[in-house]
Design a protein. Structure first.
Lengths: 589, 258
């Protein structure tokens, strides 16, 4: 059968509660068409074993008519990645979509996410939650117009209620936003892996350890960055240059292919405000915003009022292209089901139709009838202002960036007749920021290799998943990302064999494969900095409380200083302090 | 005639890649003592990674033969910018072998990793095993890839083989991976085995597939049928990619639709 993995909103809701049984529950589901359940001879809710060339694990079945028979859908997470081969076809992004798998009924029970990480060589961190280290200097209060640091929408109208130094209510946000702001199981002190367990260490020891590891490494990798602010990312790039390391961010496995396509044929982009106020045709392709960007449709497209549109909800046409009938597809005006992995051919076909060369096409293309394509292309051409939102359904299925390139060339073709734009549906709140900061500092958006002292870029060669699966990395820092949950198994197995330092406010799946976890303040709650929304608009994310922990930028500048010291370079300590430092943070804690 | 034997020494961490762009025949004729390679982020002398034996003398790079033995599968950029002479690799070779080469010969007994002969201008590369992804391709964002010379792969080649090919010849005796010949602009690309979604977005050049193309793209216009010069295998001729207003020629023995 063909496997696709992706977001579900229940999985997204558990992102900051990964140690909980509910996270394991929600990421070990397998959505399957009832016809396939019948063929397998099992009832919904019974377990199945899914096997690939990489391994097998157990999932619980959920009957789902949104899928065509022969295709299954898994929520992204440690279970789907446990069976995912690390081959990226030299593009940086593995086959999260359109992967051939074997499915059979099983009597075996599911294991927990921590169990999987232990199979991969990690050690679980299941100490009881220590609470939240934030302090509200003004006491109990309500803060309005807060920016949400979760998805690429970076909504700016959140209202938080704070009681007893904790966030207790969250208004206006989506499920994912609520879950993140209300998460309190933060890590309080740095922890170091010992034989069979974890011990608490001081920030000094953690920083010295990190600097020692980085200086000794011949092929260090600094990965993540999309969960932290731009100022910290800039210090990260400086560290990478100093140690001759490779710095990569989450886009290499999600929208990096979109950027590779943009490098080939350009980016016909616009801000989300333009879409909201002008777009009368909105096309979501390989994207399910109801699960991944829940307020995208109400703030910027389907349900939003537009300044230049009368009765925008009625007059806006929403078209969804996807392999399954997602929640978004169900509320759209048009849904076109493309056969898994067939997007490239459909783009080519639409380009030919718009040129008036439909005679060349066969009767159907990737499961879509030619007449249907012609009809849809008429709707596209009828737009005054049309926009494409492309998701990871394109970048992680076969063909990767060439799918997005073909989408951009379709936009190019449409722009000969009317106005069209394209915006990738960036996932993390600041993943576009990583591309912005990396590009203005190094010239390249991600996968930047400083090993020769100059910046070199080649996804597939210098991207994290490829480097880890080739086992060439000999030290790794993970910051603002969770490869433990989102990288193929082989990568985590390698991470568990090398010194790996995780920098994150919460205990995460990657903690298991790390040798050290250093907690930091959380941007948007007790740390502040710049974020770039999915349309590359920079926004200043403020804190709502005071921290008792260093933020990412402060911690990284300490690591930067410690590395300079080891290299016998003059200290520039104090230069950054005061800018990034927090008044409450003290290293004696 | 000068023969340079380079035997890769055992390395403490054999997975850390070696970048050896200084291994070209011309560099040995200059009798340079400062040749170095990169092991990860460390610049180390050539002799730290290789046992070097030089026999004979030569006055020009054309008369130099470099022979690479030992564990060489992680050694990258061998023969980059090479202009003449011969490089023989007894085992496997790492990424970017023969990048930008404009003349001479590279012969690989084993398999080659990705980007074999990237942006090649001239000369000959023969790979007896399999080649990785992006064989004879361009660089990220580049409009044109290989422009001249010949690459012959006796085994299979990976995905995106001959991407943005704009001159020269690529011959693969086995199968090629997905989206091979994508964005082709010129040159000659021959596949004796199977392919999938071949030549998407092509604007020029000629591609022959003597096997089966799976998921053949819908935007190629059938022109006619003819016999190939490979033992009389029947071929269907297409022109395209129509989506890109292309005038490339694609010959396919058999195909299935997407």
């Amino acid at each position: 059968m063909l496997m696709n993995s992706g977001r579900t909103y229940k999985q997204g809701e558990q992102l900051y509660y990964k140690e909980s049984p509910e996270y394991s529950e929600q990421t070990s589901l397998c959505f399957i068409n009832p016809i396939d359940l019948f063929t397998l001879g099992i009832e919904e809710g019974e377990n199945i074993e899914i096997k690939t060339s990489t391994g097998n694990t157990v999932f619980r079945t959920v009957a789902c008519y949104d899928l065509v028979p022969g295709e299954i859908f898994l929520p992204c997470g440690p279970y789907a990645n446990f069976i995912l081969p690390p081959n990226t076809h030299s593009t940086g992004a593995p086959d999260f979509k359109t992967l051939e798998v074997e499915v059979r009924p099983t009597e075996r029970e599911r294991v927990s996410a921590w169990d999987l990480l232990e199979y991969e060589g990690g050690t679980r961190y299941d100490a009881p939650p220590e609470g939240c280290p934030t302090i509200s200097l003004e006491g109990d209060k309500t803060v309005t117009d807060v920016l949400c640091p979760l998805c690429g929408c970076v909504c700016d109208d959140i209202e938080l209620g704070i009681r007893d130094h904790r966030i207790v209510s969250c208004q206006n946000g989506c499920l994912l936003c609520n879950a993140k702001f209300l998460a309190k199981n933060r890590l309080i002190t740095p922890i170091k892996k010992t034989v069979g367990g974890w011990e608490k260490v001081s920030y000094e020891e953690a920083i010295e350890y990190t600097a020692d590891v980085l200086v000794a490494a011949e092929r260090p990798l600094l990965f993540g960055w999309s969960g932290t602010h731009g100022e910290a990312q800039c210090i990260g790039v400086s560290i990478a240059e100093l140690i001759g390391g490779v710095i990569d961010n989450c886009s290499s496995e999600c929208h990096g292919p979109s950027i590779m396509a943009i490098q080939e044929v350009g980016h016909p982009g616009c801000t989300l405000g333009q879409v909201r106020n002008r777009a009368d045709v909105v096309i979501y392709w390989g994207s399910n915003p109801i699960a991944s960007h829940p307020r995208h449709m109400s703030r910027y497209s389907t349900y939003a009022d537009g300044f230049f549109l009368d009765n925008s909800f009625r007059n806006r046409t929403v078209i969804v292209f996807d392999v399954r009938k997602t929640e978004t597809a169900k509320v759209a005006d048009e849904f076109v089901r493309v056969r898994s992995g067939g997007d490239y051919a459909v783009f080519s076909a639409l380009r030919a139709i718009i040129q008036g060369k439909e005679d060349v096409l066969p009767k159907s293309v990737a499961g879509v009838a030619k007449e249907e394509l012609i009809r849809i292309s008429r709707i596209m051409l009828g737009a005054k202002f049309g926009t494409f939102f492309t998701g990871i359904g394109l970048t992680q299925s076969r063909g990767k960036y060439k799918n997005v390139r073909n989408a951009i060339e379709l936009v190019d073709e449409l722009n000969r007749h009317t106005k069209y734009t394209l915006t990738p549906m960036r996932g993390h709140w600041n993943v576009y920021g990583t591309n912005q900061t990396f590009t203005y500092m190094t010239g390249y958006p991600y996968a930047v290799d400083f090993s020769h002292g100059v910046a070199y870029y080649n996804p597939g060669e210098t991207s994290a998943i490829d480097m880890l699966s080739r086992e060439e990395v000999d030290a790794c820092i993970i910051i603002g990302s969770d490869p433990g949950a989102h990288f193929p198994r082989a990568c985590n197995e390698h991470l568990s064999r090398i010194p790996t330092i995780v920098i994150d406010p919460f205990p995460i799946m990657s903690t298991a494969v790390a040798t050290m976890h250093i907690p930091v303040a959380m941007t948007g709650v007790d740390a502040e900095g710049t974020a770039y929304r999915m349309d590359a608009v920079p926004l200043w994310v403020q804190k709502v409380m005071e921290p008792t922990q260093p933020d990412d930028a402060r911690l990284l500048s300490r690591i930067y200083d410690a590395v300079r010291k080891r290299k016998g370079m003059p200290q520039i300590k104090g230069e950054d302090a005061g800018v990034f430092g927090s008044p409450v943070f003290s290293t004696e804690k | 005639m000068m023969q340079v034997m380079l035997e890769a020494k055992e390395r403490k961490n054999p997975n850390v890649p070696i970048e050896a762009e200084e291994i070209t025949p011309a560099h040995f004729i200059e009798n340079r003592q400062d040749l170095s390679v990169w092991r990860g982020n460390r610049k180390v002398p050539l002799e730290e990674v290789f046992e070097i034996t030089i026999n004979g003398e030569a006055s020009s790079a054309e008369d130099v033969e470099v022979i690479l033995t030992g564990e060489s599968g992680k050694i990258k950029r061998v023969g980059e910018y090479m202009e003449s002479g011969i490089i023989r690799i007894e085992g496997d070779i790492g990424m970017h072998c023969g990048n930008f080469m404009s003349g001479g010969t590279i012969e690989i007994r084993g398999n080659a990793d990705a980007w074999l002969g990237r942006e090649m201008r001239g000369g000959t590369i023969t790979c007896h095993g399999n080649a990785g992804d992006y064989c004879g391709s361009g660089y990220r964002g580049e409009k044109r890839g290989m422009r001249g010379g010949t690459i012959e792969v006796l085994g299979n080649a990976g995905d995106f083989t001959a991407e943005t090919l704009s001159g020269g010849t690529i011959i693969v005796h086995g199968n090629v991976g997905d989206l091979s010949g994508v964005e082709m602009k010129g040159g000659m690309f021959t596949i004796h085995g199977n392919a999938s979604r071949v030549c998407g977005n092509m604007t020029g050049g000629t591609c022959m597939v003597y096997g089966t193309v799976t998921d053949m793209l819908p935007t190629f216009r059938k022109v006619g049928t003819r016999e190939g010069n490979n033992g009389g295998i029947a071929l269907t001729e297409f022109t395209g990619d129509v989506a890109n207003r292309g005038k490339g020629r694609l010959f396919v023995h058999s195909f299935t639709r997407a």
